[in-house]
Write a protein that binds this ligand. Structure first.
Ligand code: SF4
Ligand code: SF4
Length: 110
């Protein structure tokens, strides 16, 4: 995996960026290891999915990957879409904003 750039931002900056954020559906954030909570797992299971997560070496539950991409990532006409978008894990819906940390994302001004 490539090195991921993160940046610290203050609350006002984060809120401003978040208000104007429009995901470009590049799919890059779906090639990172994503830790899921029990609640995330439950929501996805309710959609009928069963074999979609595993434990990493630290014992955390993470989404399974296929060719270095999340198994739920689908490419449609050059855009990347999430097969479980409505019930996607919190880490996915929050991305790239995590409190004062701004993760690498092409749709956010550097
Ligand atoms: S990296 Fe940013 S622009 Fe690309 S899919 Fe993720 S949130 Fe959207
Ligand atoms: S669950 Fe959806 S949004 Fe989250 S990493 Fe997988 S494809 Fe991307």
């Amino acid at each position: 995996m490539n090195h991921i750039h993160i940046k610290e931002v203050d609350r006002d900056t984060r809120e401003l960026l978040q208000e104007n954020f429009i995901c470009s559906k590049c799919g890059k954030c779906c090639s990172m290891t994503l830790v899921v909570s029990n609640y995330d797992i439950l929501k996805i299971k309710k959609q009928g999915y069963t074999d979609f997560y595993e434990q990493d070496i630290l014992g955390r539950n993470v989404l399974k990957m296929n060719n270095d991409k999340c198994i739920f990532l689908k490419e449609v006409d050059g855009s990347f879409l999430c097969a479980v978008y409505e019930v996607r894990p919190k880490g996915c819906s929050d991305y790239p904003f995590f409190n004062n940390i701004l993760m690498e994302c092409d749709a956010v001004e550097k």
